[in-house]
Design a protein around this ligand. Structure first.
Ligand SMILES: NC(=O)c1ccc[n+]([C@@H]2O[C@H](COP(=O)([O-])OP(=O)(O)OC[C@H]3O[C@@H](n4cnc5c(N)ncnc54)[C@H](O)[C@@H]3O)[C@@H](O)[C@H]2O)c1
Ligand SMILES: [Zn+2]
Ligand SMILES: [Zn+2]
Length: 348
């Protein structure tokens, strides 16, 4: 029954997808261009308030603390979170902040307290800066580092969408790029891949034989889709209004895909009305958060990855009786135990 449904839905979905060229994500990895100007300034992409973005000349960053390093960016990218900032969903971001929390580059300068890196090293920048030794870091919650770390880049301090960036707590916030690896591919490991894996797949406890719905097929949803397959779920359904992204999801291994308005019926049919074991929210708007609650089955888990700028309802009045296993919400912690972050495993 499930198999025949799967074939029916998959082929129907493919047949109505437009044949436009594929767009893997809005996170096209960008080579940071070389500009010619005074040595003391650089080009940077600056958030100037809601909906306002400008490429500006800014002073090059310098070492402020012995634990800092300054990196010359070689490649960077855009995260859905940058789009939330532009929409005004992160009001704590001050106008004038350089955006970006992802990238690979070359160490330009190190503070006197840095022992793991030297100028010239090629490094991957983690979106989370962390000291590695405070109480939160020792609990594995690097995003709550008590020594000035956490998600600071492109948030509370200037970020990576620039020619140079200052990385605080650099000894524990950078990863050396091994010889022979294309550095461009590692940009996905700054945030997108480990976030999809950690906040989506691990928090969502994807199991062999389990059923998984992923709401949102941006880079984060697609990363969750790829890494969910490590655990051999019986199928993954990806939901997105963008047909190009659904096509990519299909290429990346999703057995099922549909538009948001079809999702509840689709899941009912696939699960004989029960709902999914794991539902991963990868958009960050109230409508998708609420839809996750309609897709989860008894004992299931909703793993929320999306950054939310406004309140979203959690329908305990419906869910209390469903024995919903858990609702997990987290920011990416870049836990060093997370193998997927290790550049020595670039094939992930
Ligand atoms: N928790 C964390 O640490 C963390 C880290 C990185 C990103 N994020 C968040 O993850 C989310 C996804 O990031 P991204 O880079 O993939 O963003 P993105 O903007 O590239 O992708 C979002 C996708 O959602 C789709 N979408 C819009 N409305 C939808 C709907 N009603 N139903 C289903 N899909 C819908 C869009 O078409 C798009 O493909 C964002 O909210 C981002 O801020 C969180
Ligand atoms: Zn991000
Ligand atoms: Zn810390």
């Amino acid at each position: 029954m499930r198999v025949s449904l799967a074939i029916m839905f998959t082929s129907r979905a493919i047949s109505h997808l437009p044949s436009t060229s594929l767009r893997a994500s809005n996170c096209a990895i960008t080579k940071v261009p070389v500009f010619h100007r005074k040595a003391s300034t650089m080009k940077a992409l600056v958030y100037n308030g809601i909906g306002k973005l400008a490429l500006e000349d800014r002073p090059k960053p310098s070492i402020q603390k012995p634990t800092d390093a300054v990196i010359k960016l070689n490649h960077t990218t855009i995260c859905g979170t940058d789009l939330h900032i532009l929409k005004g969903d992160a009001p704590e971001v001050q106008p004038g902040t350089i955006l970006g929390h992802e990238g690979v580059g070359t160490i330009a300068e190190t503070g006197s307290g840095i022992s793991n890196f030297k100028p010239g090293d090629q490094v991957l920048i983690s979106c989370i800066s962390a000291c590695g030794s405070c109480e939160s870091c020792r609990k594995g919650m690097l995003s709550h580092c008590n020594n000035g770390g956490g998600w600071v880049l492109g948030h509370t301090i200037d970020g990576t969408q620039a020619e140079f960036v200052r990385i605080p707590l650099a000894d524990n916030s950078l990863y050396k790029i091994p010889e022979g690896v294309d550095p461009k591919t590692l940009v996905m490991l700054s945030d997108i891949f480990p976030t999809g894996f950690e906040c989506g797949v691990l928090n969502g406890k994807v199991q062999p034989g389990g059923t998984v719905a992923i709401v949102g097929a941006g880079p984060i949803g697609l990363a969750a889709l790829l890494t969910a397959q490590f655990y051999s779920p019986s199928w993954v359904l990806v939901i997105d209004p963008d047909h190009n992204r659904l096509k990519v999801a299909h290429q990346f291994g999703a057995q099922h895909f549909c538009e948001p308005n079809q999702a509840v019926e689709y899941v009912k049919k696939l699960t004989d009305g029960k709902g999914c074991d794991t539902v991963i929210e990868a958009v960050g708007i109230p409508a998708t958060f609420e839809q996750c609650q309609d897709l989860v089955g008894p004992g299931g888990i909703i793993a929320n990855i999306g950054v939310h700028g406004v309140k979203a309802d959690f329908h305990l009045e419906k869910l209390w009786a469903a024995n919903i296993g858990a609702f997990v919400i987290s920011t990416f912690d870049s836990n060093p135990d997370t193998d997927v972050l290790q550049p020595s495993q670039p094939d992930l």
